[in-house]
Each structure stands twice: as C-alpha cells, then as structure tokens.
Design a protein around this ligand. Structure first.
Ligand SMILES: Cc1ncc(COP(=O)(O)O)c(C=O)c1O
Length: 368
C-alpha cells in the first residue's frame, strides 16, 4: 500500500541542501570544527542580544507578541519606513516563501537569475508557479556568474508575478547597482512584485550595492527583505523582516502564521538592532578578514571572485570536490556548490582571523 501523495506541483521539489550534516560533523570534531560553510557571523551576536534572549527565556510558557510591535517600531525608525509596511518572519527564508505563495500561483512565472539564491526556485515551486532562471553573466565576463540586468529585463513579462534579486547574491558574492535595480523596477509591469533580498547588506562598506530601501517610497511593487541571521549573528533564532508598501504588507500579514517569531528571538533582535557599536566591529572585521582571506587564496593560485558579502566564491577547478573532502577530514567545512551547478567552485565564509589562517595553511599543504 502506498502512502498519500502531495499535490502534483509539489512532487518535484528538491529540499534545500545545506551542504553537510553539521550535527554529525560537530559530534566528530567537537569544538575544533572550523565552520566556514554557512555564511554565519563568526563573532556572534551583541552581548546585549544574548542578555535579552536569556531574560525573555523566563517567559517561554507565554505566547509571543503576534504583531512583534516593539521590534517593528524599532525597524520602522531605523529604516524611516511605516510600521504597517513591515512584516516579521521566521528568518527571511519564511518571508521569501510567503511572498511567492501570496503573489504567484499556477500559470504564473517567478523570475530569478541563474546562480541566484537556492530558495528562490523552491519558493516558486511551493507556490505552484513556474520558476524561471534568466541567464547570468558567463564565467569569462568581469561580472562572472552575477545577475545580468539585461537578461532579467528581457525575461520580464506580465506573466512574471515576482522577480527575486539577491543583492549581494549568495553564492556568487556579486551585486547589482542601485541604478540597475531602479531600471528593472521602471521596466517591470506594475503588478510584478520585485523582491530585493538584502540578507548581506549590513556587510557592504563600499559605495555599491546601495540598499533598495531608498526606492521604497517610489515603487509600490518593491519589497526588500533583511535578516538577523548574518551580520547580527542570530541565525539560530530565525528572525527576518521585510519592508514593503503597507498594502502589500497587509496581505502578507493576513497570510502568515500567527506566532511565527518567538519572543526570545524578538527581544534579542531588538537588542541587537540597538547595539550599533557591535555591528560596526562585525562589519569592519569582515571587510578586513575578507581582504586578507582573498589575498591568501589568490597567493595560492586560486581564482577568487569579487564579493561584497561575508563569503567568497573560489574556483578550485576539477579538484574542488576532492579538496572540499580533504578539508572536511581536517575539520574545516566549506560549502560545495554542486546544487548550483558550480562544480569547480567552493564557497568560503569569512571566519575569525585564526580560522581563516587555519584554512589557508591546510590549503597550502593540500595544493602543494
Ligand atoms: C541571499 C540569502 N537570502 C536569505 C537567506 C535566508 O536567511 P534567513 O532565513 O536565516 O534569514 C540566506 C541564507 O543563507 C541568503 O543567503
């Protein structure tokens, strides 16, 4: 007897591939595991966020504030955006899926770039819509594997209900300028939601990519997603948010799960947002270490792609998989990119100085 099947459009979905079984690796290597595979913040969150989390843990027998009012008010002030235009999510991942489910369905298209963030096609499939990958810049182009704004513009039509742009993008580290995003918004059908996923925006210290938040007041179809999982160091707590036109936000509020962000997470995120000094330390450490790591990898003869985030896309060639395995055996985790079709590459998250040093020494041995 066979078990019941889900609806037909869900049967082809491949689950999100986290790269490795980290629970097993942690059990094997204990505290010595060097985790450079998940683009986390190696410095951790603000101490005041941890203290807020612990205080709130005393009330876990109570349901959380379903509207997340305090956190929304702080985010509204930070971004100078109306509170009614903010939606909180159980990580930004939840919001990406919610957006697709609310604004696209069977017969619609959801557009993203080839080598765009892996959740975009999953979100399209969950909505029952057709996921469409526009060609990215080819490897020999100076913006190798990055989103090609012309290809995205060419693929836009009234059938496209949602365009996902990760900026900077994971796993490529590449970015679009604010002018390029604005041109796409101007070109898109007004009924096409343009979702700019800014999970790594806090890490950007350079002129570009500038945040698309600046365009929100002019484009009602624009949605910007952010997360507390990266620069704020709260990946385990699962807090993300989006900024949108209040009417768009209102539809999402009606469709989301009522208690999607737990109270300790709300309190920790609020405290993290208030600790600007910690964020500054994190951003500067990342920029410094990213540059050092990129220089070290290049000195080993590896091709390192430009990045504005907290990770680097690195070409290892045919030996990429073997090197990834050899590093794993030494307790160093990088991210394989086979699911993206980038078999010759590995993604390296920027760690603490000593972790990056350990990776460079191990690679020097392996590549000798
Ligand atoms: C581009 C991008 N967007 C969104 C996310 C989801 O992050 P979270 O669900 O932790 O907020 C990630 C996580 O790696 C990411 O790389």
């Amino acid at each position: 007897m066979s078990a019941p099947l889900p609806r037909p459009h869900l049967r082809q979905i491949a689950a999100y591939d986290p790269g490795h079984d980290l629970t097993q690796l942690r059990a094997r290597h204990g505290g010595l595991l060097c985790e450079l595979g998940a683009n986390e913040n190696p410095l951790g969150p603000s101490p005041s966020a941890l203290a807020a989390f612990e205080r709130a843990a005393a009330s876990v027998h109570r349901y959380p504030d379903p509207s997340g009012r305090a956190l929304k008010a702080a985010l509204a002030a930070r971004h100078r955006h109306p509170e009614q235009g903010i939606v909180l999510g159980n990580g930004s991942h939840e919001l990406l899926v919610l957006l697709a489910r609310c604004f696209a369905g069977p017969g619609d298209q959801v557009l993203f770039s080839r080598f765009g963030f892996a959740v975009f096609p999953i979100a399209a499939a969950l909505a029952g819509a057709e996921g469409m990958a526009a060609p990215a810049f080819p490897e020999e182009h100076p913006r190798a594997f990055g989103h090609d704004p012309q290809a995205l513009a060419d693929a836009l039509s009234s059938r496209v209900r949602l365009l996902f742009i990760a900026n900077p993008n994971n796993p490529t580290g590449s970015w679009l300028s604010l002018a390029e995003i604005e041109a796409l918004l101007a070109h898109a059908d007004p009924q096409t939601l343009v979702v700019v996923d800014e999970a790594y925006q806090e890490y950007v210290l350079e002129e570009e990519p500038r945040s698309a938040v600046a365009l929100l007041s002019r484009f009602p179809q624009l949605v910007v997603t952010r997360t507390f999982s990266k620069a704020y160091g709260l990946a385990a707590l699962r807090v993300g948010y989006l900024l949108a036109h209040p009417e768009v936000a209102c539809w999402l509020e009606r469709c989301r799960e009522t208690f999607n962000v737990n109270q300790p997470a709300q309190e920790a995120a609020l405290a993290a947002l208030g600790d600007e000094a910690h964020l500054r330390v994190v951003r500067e450490a990342n920029a410094r270490e990213r540059e050092r790591l990129a220089a070290g990898l290049s000195a080993l003869g590896l091709e390192v792609h430009p990045s504005r985030a907290n990770f680097l896309l690195v070409r290892f060639g045919e030996q990429a998989a073997a090197i990834g395995e050899a590093l794993l055996a030494r307790g160093i985790v990088l991210r394989p990119l086979m699911p993206y079709g980038l078999d010759a590459h590995l993604r390296v998250s920027v760690g603490r100085a000593e972790e990056n040093e350990r990776l460079l020494s191990a690679l020097a041995e392996l590549l000798r």
